[in-house]
Design a protein around this ligand. Structure first.
Ligand code: C2E
Ligand code: CA
Ligand code: CA
Length: 661
């Protein structure tokens, strides 16, 4: 009978699925609340009724039947009372069984109750029969009313109460009972009507509640999704910057409260990722980044969190790393994990990573301070120890302070054009005769003293001052070189940043034209590392300069990481073998072989070969015998001032100047 309970159906709507379940659950809930009280009331009325007439009735009516009935009601009442007290709802199958049993049992119980009450009074006269009818109907109406959430059952309850009344009325009916029966019939109709209205409202409420909870579930899902998106890097699926900072903040609070041990924060920046992107395209680049993420996650196992901060930068929080030794081991482990070749479709990509680690043990540090320190260590690794690990130290912070001091001074020096240029001779290794000069920047600050270009050129690059500095220096170099005899060439260094700015190349050309300087006397030195920073732009600058008949030298050859491929790719006129090779040339056969192979390669490719940093005669002889044509180093001369270079290259002019003085 359970399924007939839904005699009200909202228009165009099926009560199925979750809605049906919700409806049944709510019906059951109402029954759990109402039935114990209903049974108690029925039992009280039965006891009172039976006791009132016990002397007039045979034992069947006054004792056995009421007792049996009471026993049955006690069992049912007890069942529902327990269900009421049990708290959490039973499963849906049990609920359906309970509702089905109520749908059958309650009308039948009312039938028995009415039959007992009416037939016990049939022979007791009209007064008693009337009383029995009133009691039966009151109990039936109250029961029907209590079962408003089971409207069909409540109709059956009223009908089953009516059956014995109607039979008794047919058998012994007197006209006295007619008004009473009419009143009860109209009251019954009212209860049926009220129940149907109540049930309709009940169903509507459940539908609204279901809709609301569905909507809430959707909103909750959307919120969860949005949160996931906001905290996840959508390329690698790793936590993103925001997520990492949240975690770091949480750890720092725990550290302050003594709830966690000191930990470490590592930042990894990939070396050589940009060329992969440039050469093989972004899809391969993306696949490499995904693989990098996977390798880092498996490298730290479950001891922390790996996040992608953006670009080719990854950040790792590792628990329980407290000593520098452990941190170095961790960093080495991470960078080692990145080294094996990346097989992306048909591409075999190689890259490495530099790692900066900050050991976080001090309470009260902010997340930005922790990250800045890890970043400083990374910066040091990238500039001095590429592909390896650096641990943050106080000294690094001191360097940063010095850097900002130098940067400030550099701005002033560039503005008043006080950075000077010196010249170092480049000679023919065979006869040691000067053939050209390399221009090298020199800066003497009144308070900070002499500052090496190795130190201030990168600062000028980072602070956006390099273009202006290069133009100033180039103008000075050209002005001096114009005073040398025509046969000497000028070699001028361009920084990495210079190479990636198309305007710098253009400005060099326009200064050269303005000064009316012969382009065949000019050489521009570029390093491999500078080229690799942005291969495409560097190539464009180099090709433009060459078109204007300017020669290009590959500086510091052998210190970069892709020497051979660069020589093949770009049109160089000269290769300058780095001083580090020349230093070992006398003592190491291996170094000699290496240099010899470079000299041989230059010969084959018809490129000039120059050895840098020659400090003694033995080195010169070895290099000259190998066939290296040009050299540069303290053996032939240290960098000298502009005036001295003019004197050196124009001995007669200087004699004249001295004579006229
Ligand atoms: P570099 O281009 O390799 O310049 C050669 C450096 O080696 C110079 O140092 C020079 O003084 C030094 N050197 C030359 N011969 C010897 C030798 O026999 N022994 C030793 N120990 N050193 C020798 P410097 O002038 O300190 O320049 C360092 C670097 O700074 C240069 O390396 C170059 O990369 C950069 N640099 C210098 N001037 C400029 C400039 O005007 N613009 C740019 N972009 N970079 C510059
Ligand atoms: Ca150079
Ligand atoms: Ca060099």
């Amino acid at each position: 009978m359970g399924k007939f309970q839904y005699f009200y159906k909202p228009k165009h709507k099926q009560i199925t699925g979750n809605l049906r379940t919700a409806l049944i659950r709510e019906q059951h809930n109402m029954l759990r609340n109402v039935l114990p009280a209903l049974y108690a009331t029925m039992m009280v009325t039965l006891i009172v009724f039976t006791l009132s007439f016990k002397d007039m009735l045979p034992q069947w009516y006054s004792l056995y039947l009421p007792l049996g009935f009471l026993g049955f009601m006690t069992i049912r009442a007890n069942y529902w009372f327990k269900s009421f007290r049990r708290g959490p709802e039973p499963n849906i199958k049990q609920i359906q069984k309970d509702i089905r049993s109520v749908s059958w049992v309650t009308p039948l119980m009312i039938l028995c109750y009415s039959t007992l009450a009416i037939y016990s009074q049939l022979d007791q006269g009209n007064h008693h029969l009337t009383l029995a009818v009133v009691v039966v109907w009151c109990v039936a109406l109250v029961t029907a009313f209590s079962l408003s959430t089971l409207p069909l059952t409540s109709i059956f309850v009223i009908m089953f109460a009516t059956i014995p009344i109607s039979i008794s009325f047919a058998l012994h009916g007197t006209s006295d009972l007619t008004p009473l029966v009419s009143i009860f019939i109209s009251l019954s109709l009212l209860v049926i009507y009220t129940n149907s209205v109540t049930y309709r409202t009940f169903v509507e409420t459940i539908i609204t509640r279901c809709k609301l909870s569905k909507k809430n579930a959707i909103i909750e899902n959307e919120r969860e999704f949005a949160t996931k998106i906001a905290y996840t890097d959508n390329l690698t699926g790793l936590p993103n910057r925001r997520s990492f900072y949240d975690k770091l903040d949480e750890k720092l609070i725990q550290l302050e409260n003594g709830e966690t041990k000191p930990f470490s924060v590592a930042i990894i920046d990939l070396d050589g990722f940009k060329p992969i992107n440039d050469v093989h395209g972004h899809q391969t680049g993306d696949a490499v980044l995904i693989e990098v993420g996977k390798r880092l996650v498996s490298a730290i196992k479950n001891s922390g969190m790996v996040a992608r901060l953006g670009g080719d930068e990854f950040c790792i929080l590792v628990n329980d790393i407290v000593t520098e030794e452990d941190a170095t081991l961790l960093g080495d482990h991470l960078v080692e994990a990145l080294r094996p070749v990346y097989n992306i479709d048909s591409v075999k990509a190689h890259l490495s990573g530099s790692c900066g680690i900050n050991l976080v043990s001090n309470e009260g540090a902010s997340s930005s301070c922790v990250m800045e320190r890890a970043d400083l260590a990374l910066y040091k690794a990238k500039s001095e120890n590429r592909g390896y690990t650096e641990i943050f130290s106080r000294e690094m912070e001191e360097n940063v302070r010095k850097r900002s001091q130098v940067e400030q001074a550099l701005r002033e020096a560039i503005a008043d054009n006080s950075i000077d240029i010196h010249f170092q001779p480049i000679v023919n290794l065979h006869d040691k005769k000067i053939i050209g000069m390399e221009a090298l920047a020199r800066w003497h600050h009144p308070e900070l003293g002499d500052i090496s270009p190795d130190w201030f050129i990168p600062i000028a690059e980072h602070s956006g001052l390099i273009a202006e500095l290069t133009e100033n220096l180039f103008r000075k170099a050209i002005t001096t070189a114009k005073k040398w005899p025509e046969e000497y060439f000028l070699s001028f260094n361009l920084s990495a940043e210079n190479l990636t700015r198309p305007t710098v190349g253009m400005n060099i050309l326009s200064i050269m034209l303005q000064e009316n300087f012969n382009p065949t006397r000019l050489e521009i030195e570029v390093t491999e590392t500078a080229i690799m920073r942005n291969l495409q732009r560097a190539r464009a600058t180099i090709i433009n300069l060459r078109k204007a008949q300017i020669k290009i030298s590959l500086d510091d050859f052998g210190t970069g990481y892709s020497s051979m491929s660069q020589i093949k790719e770009l049109p160089f006129d000269k290769i300058k073998i780095d001083k580090s090779f020349i230093d070992g040339i006398c003592d190491s056969q291996r170094t000699r072989n290496l240099v010899l192979s470079v000299v041989g390669m230059c010969k084959n490719l018809n490129i000039c070969c120059l050895a840098e940093g020659i400090e003694d005669e033995e080195q010169r002889k070895i290099l000259s015998n190998m066939g290296c044509k040009m050299g540069q180093g303290y053996l032939f001369g240290k960098p000298i001032s502009s005036e001295k270079s003019i004197e050196l290259l124009n001995p007669s002019a200087s004699d004249k100047m001295r004579l006229s003085a």
